[in-house]
Design a binder for this molecule. Structure first.
Ligand SMILES: Nc1ncnc2c1ncn2[C@@H]1O[C@H](COP(=O)(O)OP(=O)(O)OP(=O)(O)O)[C@@H](O)[C@H]1O
Length: 310
């Protein structure tokens, strides 16, 4: 793997607040690399240091062999960045925006080709304010790509998009990667990371707590089990808390009228026994395959949804 990004022992504080404690990672050419973590974990600070937008307190950063901290201009032409909630003037039209941004670069991409890659050809004369959320998002990706970058950083790519627009955006990112661009994806969506990333890190409190491909990370959770449970109408309200208190259970999460129960390899028999002792016959039980979300909950201790307390 030819590294295009190397971060070693990065540290960044804001006054007394340690945003990045000690973080190292390596990203290879042509990868879609995910940076995941709970709110406030230090993801945005990390990519801002990587882009030379913030000065780190310690550690080294190399992007395409250059030091973006010391010499931001050395990476400016080779890096595209789409930060959270990038907004444009409401009246600026799509093609105008692309041409304007292209004028900042010595060797920009052809705005017409970008319009086609991003499926915005028939929106070329539409003002930013009149685009749908998905189209605005696609335009902000196009703007990150207009300088013909070798590396693109995309932060919270699909926040606020509907399921179809999210899937379209994922397909688009794969097309961009296929053109040879290395992509750094900052996200808190586990399904997005599992679907798109070749490799990823999960960071928590400014440190890497897990690293690998989604499949490797999921395989490493072999002793984890989970199932979905639908209780019969009229079962005692205390049942979820009873399950949450069992030693084999690590979490009970309500979801769409059912419960997702997670725990060790004995979680299913232990829960069924506890239900039987209370004369509760489940309406339905479905075992679940492990996902990146299970890995995330385990390594960060942060539930992605509200849990039942025991
Ligand atoms: N300019 C700043 N001044 C002070 N504290 C900051 C600043 N920017 C970020 N922080 C704090 O540093 C920590 C890391 O923030 P950062 O935005 O890097 O996290 P994040 O993982 O990107 O979070 P989110 O998912 O919420 O965007 C947080 O506790 C945040 O409140």
């Amino acid at each position: 793997m030819e590294p295009v990004i190397e971060i070693r022992n990065l540290r960044k504080t804001y006054g007394a607040k340690v945003a990045v404690a000690d973080l190292s990672l390596t990203i290879g050419r042509g990868e879609i690399f995910g940076i995941l973590g709970p709110n406030g974990a230090g993801k945005t600070t990390t990519v801002e240091c990587l882009a030379g937008l913030r000065q780190a307190d310690g550690g080294t950063v190399r992007l395409l062999g250059a030091d973006p901290q010391r010499d931001p201009s050395a990476v400016r032409e080779r890096l595209g960045i789409q930060l959270q909630e990038s907004r444009l003037p409401p009246k600026l039209r799509v093609l105008e925006a692309l041409r304007l941004y292209a004028s900042f670069y010595a060797d920009p991409a052809d705005p017409e080709e970008l319009l086609e890659l991003l499926g915005l050809q028939d929106r070329r004369d539409t003002a930013f304010a009149d685009l749908s959320g998905g189209q605005q998002q696609r335009l902000s990706i196009a703007l990150a790509l207009v300088g013909n970058p070798e590396v693109a950083i995309l932060d919270e790519l699909t926040t606020g998009l509907d399921p179809q627009a999210r899937r379209d955006t994922w397909a688009l990112i794969e097309r961009v990667r296929d053109t040879g661009v290395t992509i750094v994806l900052v996200t808190h969506f586990m399904d997005e990371a599992e679907r798109l990333c070749d490799r990823l890190v999960i960071i928590d409190d400014g440190r890497v707590v897990a690293e690998g491909s989604p499949a490797e990370l999921i395989r490493a959770q072999e002793d984890e089990r989970a199932f979905r449970l639908r209780l019969p109408d009229g079962s005692p309200d205390s049942i979820p808390a009873v399950l949450a208190a069992l030693p084999d259970v690590t979490s009970v999460t309500p979801d769409d009228g059912e419960y997702v129960v997670r725990g060790g390899h004995r979680v299913l028999p232990a829960a069924v026994l506890a239900l039987a002792e209370r004369d509760v016959v489940p309406e339905e039980i479905r075992t679940l395959s492990r996902t990146l979300e299970d890995v995330f909950v385990r390594v960060t201790g942060t539930p992605t949804h509200e849990e039942v307390s025991s």
